[in-house]
Design a protein around this ligand. Structure first.
Ligand code: NAD
Ligand code: WQD
Length: 339
């Protein structure tokens, strides 16, 4: 029996595949490589000694995805595949709706057809929109301010409807906060194609000299130092959360949302300082205006994941910074160096 991982060569997917393989699961990855490289597969093998099964396909291609279910005994699915850039989603809403929503519909139809009803889905703290309260509990109101966020909201609703129609499904909606860092081996990590949208990859590119300085988007938020506060979580902790959620959906039907964060907020400036301290590299920065759509504070109440999944984040901000930097210096060109 295998675990099917959609989007498994991506940033969070690759780290989760490593944890799955190390825990003894057989893994089949499907990915269209629209935002990742096949070289990731060799890196996963370098860490685990095992090469996961791999199909290069778009999950919207029903015939190709059907073949994967027909050729393998799939026990459960972890569904990462999707587009994730907030700004791009505003410019290209149809591409986002088609990729994220249609992709999930085709996947779930095939799962139902093959009697595979255990699903772990990559949702996001973005579904909380402007936070109703801090820390954010899973019961907080949901809303979206951009098409990307709306796809996550819609998929959460679609999956809830699916469970309502057929209570044999076991579905975990994992709401990630801000994943950063990389595997401690330095073999896999985040590999943005273009100018990074997110804070940590921007910081590591400044540290390595690829970019002059960081722009900090606003220091007039209602936070201790005025810069935005986020719940940064080490990607390996996040990956481990998927294994806990998988164990849960394999034994208990239902549809449940879980926050995956540390429960602690750090400001942008605190992260910059922590990075400088952990790595000894200076991060020059300028304060610029707020980024449209940003919120001031966002961090998780992680009580439910602890109580129901037995999961808590174990790595601290120093680990996140050290591992992000280790990945960057070992792979100055990302995966583009071909291995
Ligand atoms: P990523 O882009 O590194 O990984 C996604 C993978 O899915 C990529 O390898 C891409 O090639 C693949 N993919 C995209 N569309 C596909 C399709 N139609 N068919 C097959 N493969 C497809 O992103 P990530 O950071 O690893 O994020 C994984 C998931 O987690 C996404 O759904 C994302 O929305 C969600 N998420 C990410 C974050 C974050 O900050 N990274 C936060 C919250 C939620
Ligand atoms: C963090 C903080 C920025 C870059 C996004 C998505 C969210 C989720 C995770 C997928 C903010 C500040 C950033 C920079 C900066 N993804 N910043 N300079 O916005 O919390 O969340 O990624 O689901 O949906 O919105 O993460 O890393 O972009 O920003 O000052 O160059 O860093 O303003 O306060 P965000 P981020």
């Amino acid at each position: 029996m295998s675990i099917l991982v959609t989007g498994g060569t991506g940033y969070i997917g690759s780290h989760t595949c490593v944890e799955l393989l190390q825990a003894g699961y057989d893994v089949i990855i499907v990915d269209n490589l629209s935002n990742s490289k096949a070289a990731v597969l060799n890196r996963i093998k370098a860490i685990t000694g095992q090469q996961p099964g791999f199909y290069q396909l778009d999950i919207r291609d029903r015939d190709k995805l059907d073949k994967v279910f027909a050729e393998n005994r799939i026990e459960a699915v972890i569904h990462f595949a999707g587009l994730k850039a907030v700004g791009e989603s505003v410019a290209l809403p149809l591409a986002y709706y088609h990729n994220n929503i249609t992709g999930t519909l085709v996947l779930c139809e095939l799962m139902a057809q093959y009697g595979v009803k255990q699903l772990v889905f990559s949702s996001s703290a973005t579904v909380y929109g402007v936070p109703e309260r801090i820390p954010l509990g899973e019961d907080c109101g949901r809303s979206a301010t951009n098409p990307y966020g709306r796809t996550k909201l819609m998929i959460e609703d679609i999956l809830s409807d699916l469970y309502a129609a057929d209570p044999a499904w076991g579905i975990a909606l994992l709401r990630y906060f801000n994943p950063i860092g990389a595997h401690e081996s330095g073999n896999i990590g985040e590999d943005p194609h273009d100018i990074p949208n997110n804070l940590m990859p921007y910081i590591t590119q400044v540290a390595i000299g690829k970019r002059d300085k960081l722009s900090i988007f606003g220091n007039d938020y209602d936070t201790p130092d005025g810069t935005g506060v986020r719940d940064f979580i080490h990607v390996v902790d996040l990956a481990k959360g998927h294994l806990k959620a998988l164990e849960k959906v394999l034994v208990s039907p239902g549809v449940t949302a879980y926050n995956l964060g540390t429960g602690q907020g750090y400001s942008v400036l605190e992260l910059v300082r922590a990075f400088e301290q952990a790595t000894g590299r200076p991060i020059p920065y300028v304060i610029t205006g707020r980024r449209p759509g940003d919120i001031g504070i966002c961090y998780a109440d992680t009580t439910r994941a602890k109580a129901e999944l037995g999961w808590v984040a174990e790595k601290n901000i120093e680990d996140m910074c050290k591992d992000a930097w280790n990945w960057q210096i070992n792979n100055p060109q990302g995966y583009r160096d071909g291995m």
